[in-house]
Design a protein around this ligand. Structure first.
Ligand SMILES: [Zn+2]
Length: 87
């Protein structure tokens, strides 16, 4: 559900990263070899239902995380925020 502008932001974020999960440090390439090369999930730190904030998304609003943490954030999104985990 990214808008096109956010899509460009996500690509920029990935390009400048090492594709390592910002929460647990997992890198798909290390675990899955070639199949995981260049794979990481972009997670919006701010709740996605906050339209006003997502309209002005910056690189700092996006976290690159593994599939496990991305799932956790979205199953517990009402009570779990990115900053709580990474602090
Ligand atoms: Zn992770």
């Amino acid at each position: 559900m990214f808008r096109s502008r956010n899509r460009a932001l996500v690509e920029a974020k990935k390009t400048n990263s090492d594709y390592r999960c910002e929460v647990c440090g997992m890198m798909f390439k290390e675990v899955y070899g070639k199949s995981g090369n260049g794979y990481i999930i972009a997670h919006h730190k701010n709740p996605i239902d906050n339209i006003e904030k997502t309209a002005t998304t910056t690189l700092d609003d996006i976290a690159l995380v593994c599939a496990n943490w991305h799932a956790i954030f979205h199953t517990q999104k009402s009570s779990l925020e990115f900053r709580q985990i990474t602090q």
